[in-house]
Design a protein around this ligand. Structure first.
Ligand SMILES: *[C@@H]1O[C@H](CO)[C@@H](O)[C@H](O)[C@H]1NC(C)=O
Ligand SMILES: *[C@@H]1O[C@H](CO)[C@@H](O)[C@H](O)[C@H]1NC(C)=O
Length: 501
């Protein structure tokens, strides 16, 4: 009797006792995307699964705490790091149309990998992985690893599930009442109550789906033509066939939307605070003359050495005037001339420890999702100056929770910057709302990373793809059909035709 039930268990869950081998493939030199997903990978390691990271590297990168399967592309130019990019970041609007550019860069890089490093590429792809985890953005060579080996794959979103990807998967979200992924910089007062704002949301949604499906889709077909011949790679199908979508966007931060079984947000967690501040940092921030610490940090990508001179001067002069505070400015390069004693610059800053320090009163940042989450987890009032990608949307999410304000990079002046900084540090409401939001943030039935690991375990049990009933029917329908747009268009047309007869 016992024997039969054990046998039955094994038949039911053939891989139950195995540990799985998982390869996370991210965009080239994709430290930012990789570090969003790293905590989940570390959680999987605790369950004895093997996790590895694949990306093309143009220069050495940090240790991600998992096995490395890097493709060494040093000697070639990394298109993602260009002066043009910094011009866009500091001076231009960023819309769904811009989203095509990194997809094209990723495709060019992938084409080059397949020309110059094909053996290394195939060696990695064929390592008998159980599951591929695909960075949702800009990594066609990673997608193709799953395609050519026929192994299952999961989409990994380092911010929210992008509108295009969600549409492809039939998530049936109401696009008009979602805050646009690429919220215009002038719309910090976005509200779904206004008709025009809902129109902007809708245009952003369908525009993104078109750019990602058509333009980025075409670039990726081209990049992969040597290993995926006619009818070529389809990013649309790749998303539809994915067995799960995991996103780092914390549920409490994002508007409530329709959910499917194959969707999970693992982002609602706060990492345990690492050790306390080192002596020299502690000494700087605990100066008794200081009214508080202001941390200025714009993430791993923005390099102040390439900032337009006048924007740099505005920051320099404004921070210089805040002599009653201690300012920590994270930047690479030499110490700028004329900077006051109360400003400390450093190319590396113990960001988490500083944000958690009791004297810290303001976080001035770009609004990348990881920064927003660090502000949330340390309950730090924030000022976000969004620069590119979906940072404006993230900043808006923080603003709508009441603990942050948004700076418009187009309006930047010394007075404007100083006014905003003083507004946040001199009014208690931002601190109070930050603490209120944090107090409910991780209040869930089960810690998010544990639940994510549980969902992976179940996926492994079914060899990487859940049974068909698990997935929404809309996956097999076109998005326009799933949204009933055919009914709304065709029925009135037919009625109109009959009436006009
Ligand atoms: C990558 O390749 C370059 C030149 O081909 C070499 O100098 C470098 O050591 C390699 N890096 C790694 C991490 O293997
Ligand atoms: C946003 O709304 C607030 C309050 O309604 C108003 O004071 C502010 O000027 C508005 N900002 C913009 C950029 O429209």
């Amino acid at each position: 009797m016992i024997k039969t039930s054990i046998l039955y268990l094994f038949l039911l869950f053939p891989n139950f006792c195995d540990s799985a081998k998982v390869l996370l493939t991210v965009m080239d030199q994709g430290r930012s995307h990789a570090t969003s997903i790293t905590p989940l990978m570390h959680r999987l390691q605790k369950n004895d699964h093997t996790t590895a990271l694949e990306m093309a590297t143009y220069k050495p990168d940090i240790d991600f705490g998992m096995e490395e399967r890097f493709i060494n592309m040093s000697g070639f130019e990394n298109n993602f790091i260009s002066k043009d990019f910094f011009k866009i970041a500091f001076e231009d609007e960023f819309t769904f149309v811009h989203q095509a550019v990194p997809f094209i860069f990723g495709s060019i890089s992938c084409d080059r990998i397949l020309k110059h490093q094909k053996n290394r590429y195939l060696e990695i792809a064929n390592e008998n992985w159980d599951l591929f985890l695909s960075d949702s953005l800009f990594s066609p060579c990673g997608y193709a690893m799953a395609e050519i080996t026929g192994k299952p794959h999961v989409m990994m979103h380092s911010s929210d599930v992008e509108s295009a990807h969600g549409s492809f998967k039939g998530f049936s979200r109401n696009y008009a009442i979602m805050v646009p992924n690429f919220l215009p910089y002038s719309m910090s007062n976005f509200t779904i109550e206004k008709y025009w704002h809902r129109v902007v949301s809708t245009v952003d949604w369908f525009g993104s789906a078109f750019i990602t499906g058509a333009v980025a889709g075409f670039a990726q077909k081209w990049a992969l033509r040597s290993i995926i011949p006619f009818p070529f790679f389809s990013f649309y199908d790749y998303n539809r066939r994915s067995s799960f979508s995991f996103t780092d966007m914390p549920d409490p931060l994002y508007p409530v939307g329709a959910r499917t079984n194959d969707y999970f947000s693992f982002g609602t967690y706060c990492t345990a605070q690492k050790k306390v501040l080192d002596e020299d940092w502690e000494q700087f921030v605990s100066d008794p003359k200081s009214k508080g610490t202001i941390l200025v940090a714009f993430g791993t990508i923005i390099d102040w050495r390439f900032a337009p001179e006048e924007k740099f001067e505005i920051f320099l002069n404004t921070l210089n005037r805040l002599t009653e505070y201690r300012v920590i400015w994270s930047m690479k390069g030499d110490r700028p001339k004329g900077l006051g004693e109360h400003v400390k610059i450093s190319s590396w800053v113990p960001q988490q420890q500083i944000l958690n320090h009791k004297k810290t009163v303001l976080f001035l940042s770009h609004g990348g999702l990881k920064s927003v989450k660090e502000a949330v987890c340390s309950a730090t009032p924030s000022l976000f100056m969004p620069m590119f990608a979906e940072q404006m949307r993230n900043a808006w999410l923080a603003k709508s929770k009441g603990f942050a304000r948004i700076l418009n990079k187009f309006h930047l002046s010394e007075q404007y910057l100083e006014n905003h900084i003083r507004e946040v540090v001199e009014h208690k409401s931002y601190q109070i709302q930050a603490e209120q939001f944090l107090s409910t943030f991780t209040d869930q039935p089960m810690p998010a990373l544990d639940e994510a690991a549980f969902k992976f375990e179940r996926l492994f049990k079914y060899n990487g793809k859940m049974p068909k009933f698990f997935y929404p029917k809309t996956i097999d329908l076109s998005y326009l059909t799933a949204l009933n747009l055919d009914i709304w268009v065709i029925v009135p047309l037919v009625l109109g035709y009959i009436i006009s007869k």
